[in-house]
Design a protein around this ligand. Structure first.
Ligand SMILES: Cc1cc2nc3c(=O)[nH]c(=O)nc-3n(C[C@H](O)[C@H](O)[C@H](O)COP(=O)(O)OP(=O)(O)OC[C@H]3O[C@@H](n4cnc5c(N)ncnc54)[C@H](O)[C@@H]3O)c2cc1C
Length: 468
């Protein structure tokens, strides 16, 4: 087991970082910031950024791997953003919408049911009143589905919460825990919901001036490309780790190279890390790691030769008339993501899949375009104006907060640490609630602070004691 703090000179222990996504990059950045150079950063792909990178289609449209909206909880992250981006960013309104019953209502759904057909409004209200008859005690719910029904009632559950969450997570809510939710899902006070209906009041979850930042050039990925120069000396691209040899403390790359380590920081998916360990691994560690669940995504980017018909940013789609759960007008985030912003716009569609929700790869692009027509995002006629249709696929996009997750993590993570292996980041930690870009950067930075400065309490984000 590693000493509580290590020498910060180049003679200190050799650190190997697996993964050049936000977590690994931030760890490398922080090491360099502290003057530490005895490390190597191994990235499987030809570029950095991981799930927060951006891809350019052959027609020159830039797409992110799903809608990335930056919410920062950290001063360190804010300072880093400012340092890397200067004034080369856009500031956008943090507003979102739900499309259902052939109309838009402002998000959050439960506060804006007045926009729905009257019989649905009644169903939602009656369900909410029934659910809130008893004082709310979240501890009595066994899973996410019970929480949805117990907090929101049958109407809101049926029309929005259940179908929408299944679409996003690609897992039935009854298989998910409720611990990840924290304060994310606010209990809708019946007085407020009723008041909004009776008084015809619009109600959005954040204040009127809430904004978010987005890079002016290059999409979300630009932020992480700009971290690259700070770790260039230690960065090894096209270096996919195939296995980790516990006894000799070295990682073996797919191309046959090996890298010795004293301390390993892994940001690759935790279940894959455990299957790639060579050596004496207890059965319980292997079994628990195999219980972790996840979903993958198809991200469909569509470029259209027309002026953008809307100023909206992103929208949610709970209904079955389209395969996507969320659409983003990406060209509203920055004109730079389309070749000619004066005559073109772009849409980003997110479709999740898993063993519980298979999606056909061969038809997903066509099904998405049909979904755009069904939901009236584009007209039948607009089909002829589509000049780009680009598919991005990733097998690991959402670490599912499943019922088994916390028990599995409580077995796997401490055992890994005894081997001087630290698994962090969106799929390294496998905690969705601290898996956004700012959290991931914080996980990398806090891990370095802990490792170099020797204070476990420094890792508040990974311990899920900070975040959202
Ligand atoms: C659909 C979607 C929407 C999102 N929306 C938002 C949002 O709105 N706001 C927000 O803040 N965040 C959002 N995120 C989350 C954001 O993308 C993550 O926070 C961030 O990318 C996690 O960084 P990471 O470094 O932990 O993991 P990753 O980004 O997954 O990076 C891991 C890196 O490890 C590399 N790797 C994997 N295996 C190996 C191996 N064997 N050898 C070497 N390298 C390997 C990968 O290639 C990758 O580069 C979203 C993510 C998705 C998928």
């Amino acid at each position: 087991m590693m000493a509580s703090s290590i020498d910060t000179t180049a003679d200190g222990p050799r650190i190997v970082i697996i993964g050049g996504g936000p977590t690994g990059l931030a760890a490398g950045y922080r090491l360099r910031e502290l003057g530490y150079t005895n490390f190597v950063l191994l990235e499987a792909r030809h570029k950095v950024g991981g799930l927060a990178s951006s891809e350019t289609s052959p027609n020159g449209f830039i797409y992110d791997i799903g809608g990335h909206v930056l919410f920062s909880h950290y001063q360190y992250f804010d300072r880093l953003f400012d340092k890397l981006m200067g004034d080369e960013y856009q500031e956008l309104l943090r507003e979102s919408w739900v499309w259902m019953f052939d109309r838009f209502l402002p998000y959050p759904f439960q506060n804006n049911i007045k926009f729905l057909p009257k019989d649905v409004v009644l169903e939602c209200l009656l369900g909410l009143i029934e659910a809130q008859k008893e004082p709310l005690d979240k501890s009595r719910f066994e899973n996410f589905e019970e929480l949805i029904l117990g907090v929101f009632g049958r109407g809101i559950a049926k029309h929005f919460m259940m179908p929408y969450n299944f679409k996003v997570w690609a897992h039935p809510p009854r298989l998910m825990n409720k611990e990840w939710i924290g304060e994310r899902v606010a209990t809708p006070p019946i007085e407020r919901v009723l008041g909004n209906v009776v008084l015809d009041r619009d109600d959005v979850s954040w204040g009127p001036n809430a904004t978010f930042k987005y890079p002016r050039y290059g999409g979300t990925g630009e932020l992480f490309c700009r971290m690259r120069p700070y770790v260039e000396d230690q960065l090894r691209l096209c270096s996919a780790v195939a296995s980790v040899d516990l006894q000799h403390k070295r990682v073996c790359l797919r191309d046959g190279r090996t890298e010795p380590y004293d301390v390993l920081l892994s940001t690759m998916p935790l279940d894959i890390l455990v299957t790639s360990l060579v050596g004496d691994v207890p059965d319980c560690v292997r079994t628990q790691a195999a219980r972790l669940r996840h979903s993958g995504s198809y991200i469909v980017g569509v470029g259209i030769e027309r002026e953008c018909p809307s100023t909206k940013c992103w929208m949610y789609f709970p209904e079955a008339n389209c395969p996507f759960y969320r659409l983003t007008y990406l060209s509203n985030y920055s004109p730079d993501v389309v070749p000619d912003a004066t005559s073109q716009y772009s849409i980003l569609a997110e479709i999740s899949h898993s063993v519980h929700k298979p999606v056909s790869r061969t038809t997903v692009v066509d099904d998405t375009i049909q979904g755009l027509v069904n939901t009236r995002m584009i007209s039948e006629e607009d089909r002829r104006s589509i000049v780009d249709a680009f598919l991005i696929e990733r097998d690991y996009t959402y670490p599912t907060p499943s019922l088994e997750r916390d028990e599995a993590l409580s077995v796997v993570q401490p055992w890994l640490e005894e081997q001087d292996i630290y698994s962090r980041g969106r799929f390294g930690a496998w905690r969705y609630e601290v898996g956004n870009m700012d959290h991931s950067v914080a996980q990398g930075v806090e891990w370095v602070n802990r490792t170099l400065l020797g204070d476990r309490a420094n890792e508040l984000t990974w311990l899920a004691k900070r975040g959202c």
